[in-house]
Design a protein around this ligand. Structure first.
Ligand SMILES: C[S@@+](CC[C@H](N)C(=O)[O-])C[C@H]1O[C@@H](n2cnc3c(N)ncnc32)[C@H](O)[C@@H]1O
Length: 410
């Protein structure tokens, strides 16, 4: 029998030419959306424009589409917003590290509060009536004590990923790094030019503490150095091989907002890392349990508890989901449950398990307003009241923002 080739009929639409990629539009940016892009409308379309400022009048070029939304780049600034400033970094726009340098600092802060409200409204269905205060970073530049650098040995490039790609943007200097990491970056670039970087290494993690920078993977026989930092009266030991917060100058304010004057018999610190909040809670609660999945971070959390003389706290090495599954029903009475998950938010099953554990109060520390809103929806739907929200500008020059939410059982 003769086989008939299936004919793939091309779907011909009668879309106007202005819906094509490459089309240009004149738009005014209305506001900044979660994700950092500016929102605009033209010819009946929703257009998201990267690196824009609210009030900018722009000619934009559509780069791609996803459903009804067009993603565009700036072709021409027709009239700059009063909130727009000249980005100081020569790599801005190409480097994927920062996406808010075009905004005056006050405008960055305002945009971040609006991003939080937007996520609460759309995702959590919460119209939060109260003010959301935002604490600025003590330093808007040279604040970053943690960095992840990419190395392309074939092209001899060292720096960050380019915006929207996995090509390495070769960066000789980065104005958001603390001086110890600027020096570390320079040292690694010198090693690259002298062919001294470890063969096969493509990514480096660096953190700075009082003793200088710690690097993973290490580039000399001394290995990955341990460093320390004192935060809110407690000294923390950590290294580049594991999580520690980025903006150390802002941490006392974050710790104070998250832990404050809380006290009681039992507290949980979920996603506890090297024990930032665990040590603080251990001063205020009779019993504290930290849960963390990264074995290196767990080891530091345990050592940090020991160094601070805290005997009331223990740290479990497990995913939060697996640990709660086993222990949620036996935790009551629980005075405080603090969680500080990664950007992806609480993993599947965690919010339900938290509801099963019935903590009197919940403190949610979040670095992503969208997943925070998703999880708040679960918690408020399960009977918790959202008492307060506070924002912290942990990541100046980017759209990222840290939020602390306090909830109490109804
Ligand atoms: C945003 S950090 C917070 C760490 C700590 N609270 C701090 O402030 O330094 C999130 C932590 O969650 C850990 N983590 C990620 N997924 C996890 C999971 N499923 N279960 C437990 N810990 C996890 C990471 O290793 C990281 O240490």
């Amino acid at each position: 029998m003769k086989k008939h080739k299936r004919r793939h009929l091309r779907h011909v639409t009668s879309q106007p030419q202005q819906r094509d990629e490459g089309a240009t539009f004149e738009v005014t940016i209305e506001r900044i959306l979660p994700g950092g892009a500016g929102l605009a409308h033209a010819a009946g379309q929703t257009i998201l424009v990267g690196l824009s400022a609210p009030g900018d009048r722009l000619r934009v070029r559509v780069e791609r589409r996803s459903g009804a939304v067009a993603f565009a780049s700036i072709a021409e600034i027709i009239e700059p917003s009063p909130q727009r400033i000249a980005p100081p970094c020569p790599y801005f726009g190409r480097c994927g590290g920062c996406d808010f340098q075009q905004l005056a600092y006050e405008a960055q802060l305002a945009a971040k509060v609006e991003i939080i409200r937007d996520c609460l409204r759309r995702i959590a269905r919460i119209d939060f009536p109260e003010n959301i205060p935002i604490t600025p970073s003590p330093a808007a530049w040279h604040y970053r004590s943690r960095a992840q650098w990419q190395y392309d040995a074939r092209r001899n490039r060292f720096g960050y990923f380019e915006r929207g790609s996995h090509n390495v943007c070769d960066v000789a200097a980065c104005p958001v790094l603390v001086p110890a990491l600027e020096e570390q970056l320079e040292d690694l670039r010198t090693r690259m030019s002298e062919g001294e970087l470890p063969p096969g290494a493509t990514e480096f993690q660096a953190v700075a503490g009082d003793e200088g920078a710690s690097l993973f993977p290490p580039v000399d026989e001394a290995g990955t150095r341990e460093v320390t930092r004192e935060i809110a009266g407690r000294r923390y030991l950590f290294s580049a091989d594991g999580f520690f917060q980025i903006n150390h100058e802002l941490l006392p304010a974050l710790v104070s907002a998250a832990v404050g004057q809380a006290s009681g018999a039992t507290a949980l610190d979920l996603y506890c890392g090297a024990g930032l909040f665990t040590l603080q809670l251990a001063q205020r609660f009779e019993r504290v349990v930290g849960v963390e999945a990264h074995p290196g971070a767990v080891a530091y959390a345990r050592r940090n508890l020991q160094l601070s003389g805290a005997t009331s706290a223990t740290v479990e090495c497990s995913t939060v989901g697996a640990w709660l599954k086993e222990h949620a029903s036996s935790l009551a009475p629980l005075d405080l449950l603090l969680l500080d998950p990664p950007r992806t938010g609480a993993e599947e099953g965690v919010i339900t398990a938290i509801l099963d554990a019935h903590p009197r109060r919940i403190t949610y520390v979040s670095c992503d307003p969208a997943t925070l809103a998703r999880d708040l929806r679960g918690l408020t739907g399960g009977g918790y009241n959202l008492q307060s929200l506070q924002a912290f500008d942990m990541f100046p020059q980017t759209h990222h923002v840290e939020t602390v939410a306090h909830l109490s059982a109804a």
